[in-house]
Design a protein around this ligand. Structure first.
Ligand SMILES: *Cc1c(COP(=O)(O)O)cnc(C)c1O
Length: 368
């Protein structure tokens, strides 16, 4: 059996580069609490993402939870069920009620018409997701948010480094959350960040990731611990040096899949939206009246030691802990896509030969 191929493989710098980067920590004895590496990474990321303010976190999920908490929201928050568990958990763990809006059938982001119809006098925020790096209709979301005085916090976990018509996605909404988890395009082992326009949020976020403390003798907020440590930041500094190269390599894999799978009836391929500079994070394929179902393709690949993932299935509004609180039939497009989508392996070092093998298995041809 050939060695397994997972849906992704973490980008890591050459070993010596990381060792060199963490050497100073043996001299400074400063391992966390916003040390030198943390400050350097914040600065470099603000630069790279072209955003005025950024705050680092121990992971993306706690960054999102903290953002929702910092805006003092109450009542209902409109969001998508077609996402990773984290998005919905962050809303519910803040004592807020998620209201699920359906998605577009082509880019899987929030359906704008339905979004506006779901707003009630209890709505205080919108949490859209740039799913797979497809960018939401940010202009319309901004218009609606202004009209009803709502906060907008983007889950941009998939959207690192993406620009639309030259503008960084990190600049949309009141805040955007990025995930730097090991499986994401840019990683700090575990990690995450908030980007935001209002500079006065900096001190609030800094306090809220450190037990709400604004000084050694002052606690101004109810908050937990979500600080990124120096070893995580050091990994980020190393990975950021190679990020453009990594994205270029991802692009080659993406394009090979497109070549191999285009014009096959029943296989709907991802597309790059107009004006978008992509990060090629994912290759989601929708099997719709193809000769094999999504689950059959998943099994065929698994038999050959290739592990695609059903991102995103099940929908978050059908999670068991909600019981019958929500009805997934209310978001029929999301349900349709969740039942048919499969995310194929994609990472910078995936060999193009392996892409060809994966495509041959999907086409029902030769084995690996
Ligand atoms: C990865 C991910 C998160 C959570 O980020 P972590 O850094 O793993 O905590 C949130 N939302 C989406 C859509 C994600 O893919």
């Amino acid at each position: 059996m050939p060695s397994p191929i997972q849906v992704t493989q973490s980008s890591i710098p050459p070993y010596e580069q990381y060792i060199e980067e963490i050497k100073d920590l043996w001299e400074s004895y400063w391992l966390t609490n916003m040390g030198t590496k943390h400050q350097q990474l914040e600065q470099q990321l603000a630069n790279y993402l072209n955003v005025p303010n950024i705050s680092l976190f121990s992971n993306g999920h706690l960054a999102l939870e903290t953002a929702l908490s910092a805006f003092n929201l109450s009542g209902e928050v409109i969001t998508t069920p077609f996402t990773f568990a984290s998005t919905t958990q962050a809303i519910v763990r803040n004592g807020l009620e998620p209201v699920f809006c359906d998605i577009n059938p082509d880019d899987y982001t929030l359906q704008i018409d339905q979004l506006e119809s779901l707003i009630t006098d209890k709505t205080t925020a919108i949490v859209p997701v740039h799913v797979y790096g497809n960018i939401c209709d940010v202009k319309e979301i901004e218009r609606i948010a202004n009209k009803y005085n709502l906060k907008v916090i983007y889950d941009a976990a998939h959207a690192f480094g993406i620009t639309i018509k030259g503008e960084s996605v990190a600049n949309f909404g009141d805040a955007s959350m990025f995930s730097f988890h090991a499986t994401k395009v840019f990683n700090t082992i575990e990690g995450g960040a908030l980007s935001f326009r209002e500079p006065q949020l900096t001190s609030i976020f800094n306090a809220m990731k450190n037990f709400g403390m604004t000084g050694p003798e002052f606690v101004d907020y109810i908050a937990g611990n979500a600080k990124m440590n120096e070893f995580q930041a050091a990994m980020g500094l190393c990975n950021l040096r190679n990020i453009d190269e990594e994205i270029k390599k991802r692009q080659l894999v993406f394009e090979r899949y497109m070549e191999q799978l285009s014009e096959i009836k029943g296989i709907n391929l991802p597309f790059i939206q107009q004006g978008v500079k992509s990060n090629y994070a994912y290759f989601p394929v929708v099997f719709d009246q193809y000769k094999f179902s999504r689950d059959e393709v998943y099994e065929l690949l698994k038999e050959q030691n290739i592990f695609a993932r059903k991102y995103f299935y099940p929908l978050t509004n059908s999670f068991k802990y909600f019981g019958d609180q929500f009805n997934p039939d209310d978001t029929p497009v999301a349900q349709y896509i969740a039942d048919r989508v499969l995310t194929l392996p994609l990472y910078a070092d995936l060999a193009l030969d392996n892409v060809d093998q994966i495509c041959n298995i999907i086409k029902g041809g030769c084995l690996r």
